[in-house]
Design a protein. Structure first.
Length: 295
């Protein structure tokens, strides 16, 4: 179905303006990544094309794109707003990345910024599920040959896929217990401490949360709202040349579906003849006012 680009853009414009303001207040700078880059095996997603016998990627995943272009100079606090391509399918995202030497601080900061953004958008009925890739990797260490099958089962939350594996009943029960482990605490220090430091009752330990993207190292999380049928965002931690990174991306189209736009009424309406009215409008804008020209 063809989208109404104008009305959709109006909603995204309002949402992005709010997100940008919050991220600027937190001291993050916007990064403007090129849309077309030389193909690199480390890049994720994007639309792969050829031009004059050279391979390129169009709008790849920004986290992997930043990793390819990583330079020293910590801390790095960046955010991006762009369309991400996965083949010919596109999705508008707002994301942030924080790289520093402190692997606890960056996750706590990132998650507090997430709270700031969603509360600014008046999406207060969100919740965040936090999981751990390392816990799963350690659990399946002795059955590595079934790793892909197990992670497929985890992503789909389909216990029957585990049930069909030729592994012991004890190991199956261990996997099932982890998959169903969700609560305010989980008994794993790294997750429990992170939830304690963030100190918000909308954060849960959920070992069934698994996003095995190549660059994620351990802690991963997904962001939900009961008003949306799919996650409204997700993120995780990673390592980059010995540096600790953490970030998340919000699905702007999902956000748009649940965001209640309040009509702005703080504009100064300016009318009159063209010369006088636009001179007055320019002066109001210079003074920090918002103007709407009467037509």
């Amino acid at each position: 179905m063809k989208k109404d680009v104008f009305s959709e853009s109006e909603r995204l414009d309002i949402i992005v303006s709010e997100i940008r303001e919050i991220l600027k207040r937190w001291g993050y700078q916007e990064i403007f990544l090129p849309s077309v880059v030389e193909h690199d095996g480390k890049l994720r997603k994007g639309l792969n094309i050829t031009c004059q016998n050279e391979f390129y990627s169009v709008n790849p995943d920004p986290t992997s794109q930043m990793a390819v272009n990583f330079r020293d100079g910590l801390p790095i606090r960046k955010f991006y707003i762009r369309e991400i391509l996965d083949g010919i399918e596109g999705k508008f995202q707002a994301g942030i990345e924080f790289l520093c030497d402190d692997p606890v601080r960056n996750k706590v900061e990132i998650l507090n910024i997430l709270i700031s953004i969603l509360e600014r958008l008046k999406i207060e009925d969100f919740y965040v599920d936090i999981g751990s890739l390392k816990i799963w990797k350690e659990t399946i260490e002795n059955i590595k040959e079934y790793r892909d099958d197990i992670f497929t089962a985890l992503r789909r939350r389909n216990l029957s896929l585990i049930d069909d594996l030729p592994i012991s009943s004890e190991k199956k029960e261990e996997l099932w217990d982890l998959l169903n482990l969700r609560g305010e605490k989980c008994g794993f220090d790294k997750i429990d401490r992170l939830i304690d430091l963030v100190d918000d009752d909308r954060f849960y330990a959920d070992l069934g949360t698994v996003r095995p993207l190549p660059y994620y190292d351990d802690i991963i999380f997904e962001i939900y709202s009961p008003r949306a049928g799919f996650p409204i965002g997700a993120g995780g931690e990673y390592k980059l040349e010995g540096t600790h990174g953490c970030g998340f991306a919000l699905d702007l189209e999902m956000i748009s579906e649940i965001y209640n736009i309040e009509e702005e009424n703080d504009f100064v309406v300016v009318d009159g003849d063209l010369k006088t009215s636009y001179r007055r409008a320019r002066g109001l804008v210079e003074d920090g006012e918002k103007v709407r020209m009467e037509i």
